[in-house]
Design a protein around this ligand. Structure first.
Ligand code: DQA
Length: 146
């Protein structure tokens, strides 16, 4: 059976397509799910793509990943910048954990230039729109090979 990668998305990412398209692009969340599902298949992985506006739900999913030893790709959205609770939950995951962003937060407002998640991630991919997720899936495939 293909290894399952949990692809977790934080608040407001359900609004992709209409949310600040000049920054986040015009691809919808459904487009993101389709890209991840198809790309994972080509890599021999299974993508389980989820989105929540609720910090507690995201933390529950990270606990699930920790318990099942599943690799994680996470776009924590605004929680990136201040959620120590999410950071601590990410730290529980021993499988590869990649932080992704559609935009490049380092090139945006000052408050976005801090990530409390990066210190517990294996790597960060940012600034390539939904392609960031494709790149992250390739990273997970390499890290979990063999
Ligand atoms: C984001 C960047 C965050 O600063 C922002 O709060 C988001 C999306 C991104 O993917 O570019 O919601 O994580």
């Amino acid at each position: 059976m293909a290894a399952s990668v949990l692809i977790l998305n934080g608040p407001n990412l359900d609004r992709l397509g209409t949310r600040e398209p000049a920054i986040y692009g015009t691809a919808t969340f459904a487009d993101l799910v389709a890209l991840c599902t198809a790309e994972a298949l080509t890599l021999g992985l299974a993508a389980d793509v989820r989105q929540s506006n609720d910090e507690a739900e995201l933390i529950g999913w990270l606990h699930e990943a920790a318990d099942s030893n599943s690799p994680v790709i996470i776009n924590p959205a605004a929680f990136t910048h201040y959620s120590y609770a999410l950071r601590d939950a990410c730290a529980l995951v021993e499988s590869p954990l990649i932080e992704v962003h559609l935009s490049n937060p380092a090139a945006r407002e000052e408050f976005r230039q801090t990530s409390v998640i990066s210190g517990v991630a294996d790597g960060v991919i940012a600034g390539f729109g939904i392609e960031s997720y494709r790149l992250a899936l390739h990273a997970v495939a390499r890290m979990t090979k063999g």
